[in-house]
Design a protein around this ligand. Structure first.
Ligand SMILES: NC(=O)c1ccc[n+]([C@@H]2O[C@H](COP(=O)([O-])OP(=O)(O)OC[C@H]3O[C@@H](n4cnc5c(N)ncnc54)[C@H](O)[C@@H]3O)[C@@H](O)[C@H]2O)c1
Length: 384
């Protein structure tokens, strides 16, 4: 193993780029450069974190070992290809990939077919390059999910059903809610997280019990645009400005062993981020809390005491009892994903959250969109 630190080049100098950089702390890796489409943001990032700013990914690639893609989803596929062709390892933020055309112009079947073909191409490019790809689905690295993995592997438990959710009161990004920017709405933007968690656990169960991953074979899905309903009474607490995407989705997943999972996701939930995976197995039941977690209960007598302080994601008021984060990115796994990626890339191994899982998650989502268009009819998840 090479003893020099892994040189990570971060594409995207926003929220995700910053937490990826911070989570390299203590690891045998350094942020060797940053790029973003805006000169001011990449230069500010480079100044703050003492690294080099590059004008483009192409310009940064010769100076790094790993391209860490923290840009909006529509740019992920092109950057994966560029990095693989340059022989660099790859880290990609969620959602892995999508279809970025208008739903007025393209049918959901066309979207699924296009995404399937693109993923096939991405896999071939990555395989041929012989590089390692880590998909940054943080749920997989959440301490509660890793505890459940250990229970499943140790007791050879059979998972019969799961329920899982990621919801809150609405993303603040101005381009969220625009299909051509995000590849869909809540189902891809938020639902990818709990879906990742349930697909990962079934994968691990399969390997433990039968020697091969249990994979999703079919889905049924409903999506709704609740805040667009004429009867929705807006009290001002939920975001409502979604252009052409859903703000609620329910995805029923059927696995190749006949067992099931139900994934819920929405922009309709007050009270902070609501993220969990619940496992109903033949020998145990586990509630994996992702956020909030009961570690720190903070009482704030007045909102001005903690004005501007990030105590818990998406709470509207820093007042009263607050289930505050113990440390940002701990319970939701963001702190641990970089550990796995850095270790695996240094040792030439595949990480817990790899390209195969990213492909299954993406195809289940777009099969879900086809199903939602058919008002919940069962749709096969393509295999590539
Ligand atoms: N895992 C998580 O919990 C989590 C949280 C937030 C964001 N994300 C994901 O991270 C990615 C980035 O989101 P964000 O919140 O950091 O966004 P952001 O808007 O805060 O930052 C995006 C950055 O990318 C740059 N950029 C935009 N298009 C680019 C392009 N084509 N090439 C190079 N740079 C470009 C912007 O200038 C900006 O610096 C998204 O895929 C998002 O879904 C994941």
């Amino acid at each position: 193993m090479n003893s020099s630190p892994l040189r990570i080049g971060i594409a995207g100098a926003g929220f995700a780029g910053k937490f990826h950089h911070k989570n390299l702390r203590g690891l045998p890796a350094v942020t060797a450069g940053v790029t973003s489409s805006r000169k001011e943001s990449r230069e500010a990032f480079a100044r703050e974190f003492e690294t080099a700013a590059y004008e483009s990914v192409e310009e940064m690639l010769p100076h790094i070992d790993v391209l860490d893609i923290c840009t909006p989803p529509s740019s992920h596929a092109a950057y994966i290809r560029s990095a693989a062709k340059a022989g660099k390892h790859i880290i990609v933020e969620k959602p892995f990939h999508g279809f970025f055309g208008s739903p007025e112009q393209y049918s959901k079947e066309e979207m699924l077919a296009s995404v399937t073909e693109e993923l096939r191409g991405i896999r071939q490019t990555v395989d041929e390059a012989g590089v390692i790809l880590g998909y940054a689905e943080n749920y997989i690295y959440a301490p509660s999910i890793q505890r459940e993995r250990e229970i499943i592997e140790t007791t050879k438990a059979q998972i019969l059903r799961m329920t899982a959710e990621e919801s809150h009161s609405g993303s603040h990004s101005p381009v969220y809610g625009i299909w051509s920017e995000q590849g869909g709405g809540s189902l891809i933007g938020k639902g990818c997280h709990p879906l990742g968690g349930v697909l990962y656990l079934k994968r691990k169960e399969g390997i433990a019990r039968r020697g091969s991953p249990i994979r999703p074979v079919a889905v049924s899905c409903r999506t709704h645009a609740i805040t667009k309903r004429p009867d929705f009474e807006d009290r001002g607490y939920l975001r409502t400005t979604y252009k052409d995407t859903e703000d609620y989705a329910f995805l029923h997943v059927i696995f190749d062993d006949g067992m099931i999972a139900d994934v819920m996701t929405s922009e309709l939930v007050l009270g902070g981020v609501y993220d969990f995976v619940e496992v109903y197995a033949n020998n145990h039941r586990t509630r994996c809390h992702i956020q909030p977690v009961k570690v720190v209960d903070l009482y704030s007598p007045s909102r001005k005491e903690f004005e501007g302080m990030d105590l818990m994601e998406k709470i509207s008021s820093n007042e009263g009892w607050i289930p505050a984060y113990p440390e940002f990115g701990w319970s939701n796994g963001q702190m641990y994903e970089m550990h796995d990626f850095v270790r695996c890339m240094r040792e030439g191994k595949h990480p817990e959250c790899d390209l195969e899982l990213a492909i299954d998650i993406t195809l289940a989502i777009y099969a879900g969109y086809v199903s939602a268009d058919r008002k919940g009819a069962e749709v096969e998840v393509p295999r590539i």
